[in-house]
Design a protein around this ligand. Structure first.
Ligand code: LLP
Length: 441
C-alpha cells in the first residue's frame, strides 16, 4: 500500500524533511553529508530513553539496550548517559558497551554459542549476568569460571533464558524474527528447566541471579508480551519455591514494536506497564524488572539518505512500469530483502507541492544485482525528487550493511543540538578494490 506523497515525520514550511531540527536536503546540498548516509538524531534517542525509564516509576529496573540494533559509539554513549544498561551478544559488543561507559553490573550477555574467550571476557569484566541459552552452556560457563579460579568466593553470575514456547501465530511477527516458539534455537525449553536447575545446584562456580526471555522482535501488541511475562514470573515463583534464593532480576526481553508506517503500535512504556502489572500480580516485585529493547530505542531516530541516480520507465505489453533507482541498496539496508520489511521512502524536498499532490507510484530500487534489492512501491512526485530518505532505519540498518557488489559501506552522521557532531566516513570503493587485490595467492 502506498502512502500519501509527502508523508514524513516532520517538514518545515518549505516542505523540507527535518531530522534533529536540520533540513536533510541542506546537509546534502552543502556537501556536509554524502549519499548514502545514515543520519541519526541523538537528542531524540536520549529523550526516548528517558520516557521509557519514566514508565517504570519508582520500580527497580534495568533497561538493557540491545546493542545489536545500533552499535555506534555516540548512540551507546547517549543511552548509557540516560542510565541504560546493555544487552550484548558477542565479546565485541561487550567491549563496545564497556568502552562507552555502560557499568559492568548493567550488562547482560545473550547468545546461543558463546566462545570460551567471550565467556572469559564476560567473567573477567564482572558483568551482571551471562544469559544461558542451553543446559550444555551452564557446564561450559562453570568450567571457565573454574579455570579462571572464580570459584573461590566470587561465583559466576548466570541467568537462564527460557523459551516460553509460545504459539507461533500469537507472536504476530515475521518468522525470521520470532524467537519464543519451541522450534527456535534460542533459550532453554521449560521441560529442560529442572535439569538446568539441578546442574546449577551441583555447580559451586555459578550463581543463578535471573530468569529471562525474549519472545521475538517487532511484537506489535501488548497481549503477547504480557502473556509471556506472566509465564516468566510464574517460573520465577516456581524456581524460588524450589529453593533458589539468589534471584535478583526477571527479564521480559525486548521486541517492542514500532510503527513503520502501517499504523499505530503501543508505546514502549505500554509493554513495560503490562510487565510491571504481571510482576506485581505474581508477587515477585522484589526482583528487578529488566527489559532488552533495541529497535524501539533507535529505529525512528535514524534515516538513510540517498540520491536518485536515474529513473527507468517502460511500457511492457500495455503496462507502464516506473522505477526510481537510488544510490542506496540492499547492502546498505537489508531489511526489505530479508524480512519483506517496508521502510517509507520520502522526498527530502517537496518543492512546494501540496500534500494532496497526485502522486505517482514508483518502485524504488537500488543498484545491487539482485531482484530483492527492492524497497517497494512508494508514492512520490511525478517529477522525481533528487534525494530521498528511507525512514525508521536507525535500528538494524547500518549494523547489517555489507560490501556486496564492491559497494562502499554507507556513512553515519550523528546530530545533536541542531548540528552535526560527528561523521563516520566509510572507506572508499577504491579501498575495497585495493584490499581484494592485495590478497596474495
Ligand atoms: N534481546 C535479545 C535476546 C534479542 O535477541 C533481541 C533481538 C533483542 C533483545 C532486541 O529486540 P528488539 O527490541 O530490537 O526487537 N535484524 C532484525 C531484528 C533481529 C532481532 C534479533 N534479536 C530486524 O531488522 O528486524
Amino acid at each position: 500500500m502506498a502512502e500519501a506523497f509527502g508523508n514524513s515525520p516532520r517538514r518545515d514550511s518549505n516542505g523540507r524533511a527535518l531530522l534533529g531540527g536540520l533540513a536533510l536536503s541542506d546537509l546534502v546540498r552543502s556537501g556536509s553529508i554524502r549519499t548514502p548516509s545514515y543520519v541519526y538524531d541523538l537528542d531524540a534517542i536520549a529523550a526516548g530513553a528517558r520516557e521509557l525509564r519514566e514508565a517504570f516509576g519508582n520500580e527497580s529496573h534495568l533497561v538493557a539496550y540491545a546493542v545489536k540494533a545500533n552499535t555506534a559509539g555516540p548512540v551507546v554513549r547517549a543511552l548509557a548517559a540516560q542510565g541504560c544498561g546493555a544487552d550484548v551478544v558477542s565479546g565485541a559488543e561487550l567491549s563496545v558497551a564497556l568502552a562507552c561507559g555502560v557499568p559492568p553490573l548493567s550488562i547482560v550477555y545473550n547468545g546461543v554459542a558463546k566462545r570460551d574467550d567471550e565467556i572469559d571476557k564476560a567473567l573477567g569484566a564482572g558483568i551482571l549476568s551471562i544469559q544461558i541459552e542451553s543446559v550444555e552452556e551452564i557446564v561450559r560457563v562453570a568450567a571457565r569460571a573454574r579455570a579462571l579460579s572464580l570459584g573461590r568466593g566470587a561465583r559466576a553470575r548466570i541467568s537462564l533464558r527460557i523459551n516460553p514456547a509460545l504459539d507461533f501465530e500469537a507472536l504476530e511477527t515475521h518468522a525470521n524474527i520470532a524467537t519464543g516458539h519451541d522450534a527456535a534455537k534460542f533459550g532453554i525449553a521449560q521441560d529442560d528447566l529442572p535439569r538446568a536447575l539441578e546442574i546449577i545446584k551441583a555447580s559451586p562456580e555459578v550463581e543463578l541471579v535471573g530468569l529471562g526471555h525474549h519472545i521475538g522482535s517487532q511484537i506489535p501488541s501488548v497481549p503477547a508480551y504480557r502473556t509471556a511475562a506472566r509465564t516468566l514470573f510464574s517460573l520465577g515463583v516456581a524456581v524460588r519455591a524450589g529453593g533458589v534464593s539468589t534471584l535478583r532480576f526477571l527479564d521480559t526481553g525486548g521486541g517492542f514494536g514500532i510503527d513503520y508506517g502501517a499504523g499505530a503500535v503501543p508505546k514502549p512504556g505500554d509493554y513495560v506497564r503490562a510487565a510491571l502489572e504481571e510482576r506485581k500480580a505474581a508477587e515477585v516485585d522484589d526482583t528487578m524488572l529488566m527489559v532488552e529493547p533495541g529497535r524501539s530505542m533507535v529505529a525512528a531516530h535514524g534515516v538513510l539518505v540517498s540520491r536518485v541516480v536515474q529513473t527507468k520507465v517502460s511500457t511492457v505489453r500495455g503496462t507502464a512500469r516506473r522505477w526510481l533507482m537510488i544510490d542506496a541498496g540492499m547492502n546498505d539496508l537489508i531489511r526489505p530483502a530479508l524480512y519483506q520489511a517496508r521502510h517509507r521512502v520520502v522526498p527530502l524536498e517537496t518543492n512546494g507541492a501540496s500534500a494532496d499532490f497526485t502522486a505517482t507510484l514508483w518502485r524504488v530500487v537500488g543498484p545491487v544485482c539482485e531482484s530483492s534489492d527492492d524497497f517497494g512501491v512508494h508514492a512520490l512526485p511525478d517529477s522525481p525528487p533528487e534525494h530521498v530518505a528511507l525512514l525508521d532505519a536507525g535500528a538494524y540498518g547500518y549494523v547489517m550493511s555489507n560490501q556486496y557488489n564492491g559497494r562502499a559501506l554507507p556513512d553515519e552522521v550523528f546530530l545533536r543540538g541542531g548540528q552535526i557532531v560527528t561523521i563516520n566516513r566509510a572507506k572508499s570503493q577504491d579501498d575495497w578494490v585495493q584490499e581484494r587485490v592485495a590478497i596474495q595467492g
